[in-house]
Write a protein that binds this ligand. Structure first.
Ligand code: FAD
Ligand code: UDP
Length: 389
């Protein structure tokens, strides 16, 4: 079989690119290490018949119509607007507070008079429906707003961030905590994007539909590093020189045997629990911002809308440093000056291979949501086939 292009990874980066190139007439081979397609977005039924996300909860959201339209060719959508609460120990048991911290959270945290005063100050300073990052709010010198910033920092950010990153909010890339700003609004949704929802029948069927094309062959349980060799600006596939495009969506350091040292990541341990009850918690995701070792618990039935009585499955997420053992998956790139410099070394090495393209959350070493990956894959594909897809 002759292939025009080889793609490493069957996640969003690889699958979207494969589809676009195949529609432009290319024969594409996908090599995927796992025994399934979908990358981190893979979902499946568990033993109890509950649809779970094996690599953590995935909620689709975007403002990019082109991305939404492209994916809509392969799935219908279930309308779903994700809401998250922070589980906070309180004198009478536990309190649940909307996250991102918003005007309803504020009214929960303070007595009515003080809450009204703070709300007025927030409105005057930043304006209604505005988002302010916790780091920006902490810079405010007004004594009451500064006290509020400290409250949000203490109750929402510092411990969760320590669990997730092993560092304090002010020590990590500001873009990370900016994902969950203080929101001067009564809107309790986690995302405000125009398009949000879940693939009606799940992510895996979406990937199956996307990859169902005569021009695409998928080989699972195949580590690309066993088949591809990069040498002297040339790429070899199965021993023979390969002159087509190679799109690589795995970790870039592994592609070059970690020759400059490993890029650091955070990995996660997921603990799934099935309970003999209709529902386990009040919202799709509950963040543990004050105590417990896990960062959050997600109950899948909220996300998927699956109706199954008497049983539900949840997942608890525990974050730790990635060490590179075979059973670990690198989930989160750690953005800072040192890692940017290390990544640049690998990117420079990759650029010696004109037909090699690094694409996706791992290959680009970026904290991307799914929609950004799809957008990047559409852009690269169009460039590769001169806009014919
Ligand atoms: P991946 O999905 O990681 O795919 C890369 C693929 O390459 C994998 O299947 C891997 O097995 C394969 N691979 C790697 N190396 C090799 C090799 N040597 N040979 C063969 N195959 C290889 N985004 C959202 O928009 N909404 C969310 O709610 C959301 N939740 C998330 C929750 C968690 C816990 C995490 C970690 C991420 C979440 N994301 C979310 C981000 C989302 O997972 C990514 O944006 C997206 O999956 C990245 O797609 P990708 O194709 O770049 O990478
Ligand atoms: N964060 C936090 N408390 C929360 C929610 C988020 O401190 O209740 C911080 C934390 O540092 C986290 C970042 O904001 O890593 C981004 O959160 P998000 O929910 O976007 O993370 P993801 O879903 O990508 O893991």
């Amino acid at each position: 079989m002759h292939y025009d292009s080889i793609i490493v990874g069957a996640g969003f980066a690889g699958a979207v690119t494969a589809r676009c190139l195949a529609e432009a007439g290319r024969h594409v081979l996908i090599l995927e290490k796992h025994n399934h397609i979908g990358g981190n977005a893979y979902d499946r039924l568990d033993e109890a018949g509950i649809l779970i996300h094996q690599y953590g909860p995935h909620i689709f959201h975007t403002n990019d119509k082109a991305v939404y339209d492209f994916l809509s060719r392969f799935t219908q959508w279930r309308t779903y607007q994700h809401e998250v609460v922070a589980n906070i120990p309180a004198e009478e048991g536990r309190a649940e507070m909307p996250v991102p911290f918003n005007l309803l959270s504020l009214r929960q945290a303070y007595a009515p008079e003080k809450a009204a005063r703070l709300e007025k100050k927030l409105m005057e300073t930043y304006g209604p429906e505005q988002k302010v990052t916790i780091l920006q709010l902490r810079e405010n010198t007004d004594p009451e707003l500064s006290e509020l910033a400290q409250y949000v920092y203490d109750h929402v950010f510092v411990r969760y961030t320590m669990k997730q990153w092993g560092q304090k909010p002010e020590e990590i890339d500001p873009a990370v905590t900016a994902r969950v700003p203080v929101f001067i609004s009564e809107d309790c949704r986690y995302f405000q994007d125009v398009y949000q929802g879940m693939p009606l029948h799940g992510y895996t069927p979406l990937f199956e539909a996307m990859l169902a094309h005569d021009g695409i062959e998928v080989r699972t349980e195949t580590d690309a590093r066993d088949m591809l060799t990069l040498k002297d600006g040339k790429i070899f596939f199965d021993g023979a020189e390969f002159s087509g495009d190679v799109i690589y969506s795995g970790p870039v350091d592994e592609l070059f045997s970690c020759c400059f040292g490993r890029l650091p990541y955070r990995t996660l341990d997921f603990r799934f629990e099935t309970h003999a009850q209709d529902t386990y918690q009040s919202h799709g995701t509950v963040n543990y911002t004050m105590d417990e070792d896990y960062t959050r618990i997600t109950e899948f039935k909220y996300l998927t809308g699956q109706e199954k009585s008497g049983v539900t499955t949840i997942v608890k997420e525990y974050s730790r440093a990635y060490t590179g053992t075979a059973d670990e998956i690198p989930y989160y790139a750690i953005a800072n000056e040192a890692t940017a410099a290390l990544y640049a070394q690998y990117a420079a090495k990759a650029s010696a291979f004109p037909r090699l393209h690094l694409l996706g959350r791992l290959a680009e070493y970026r904290y991307y949501n799914m929609d950004a990956i799809v957008a990047g894959a559409l852009k690269l594909s169009r460039a590769l086939v001169n806009g014919t897809c």
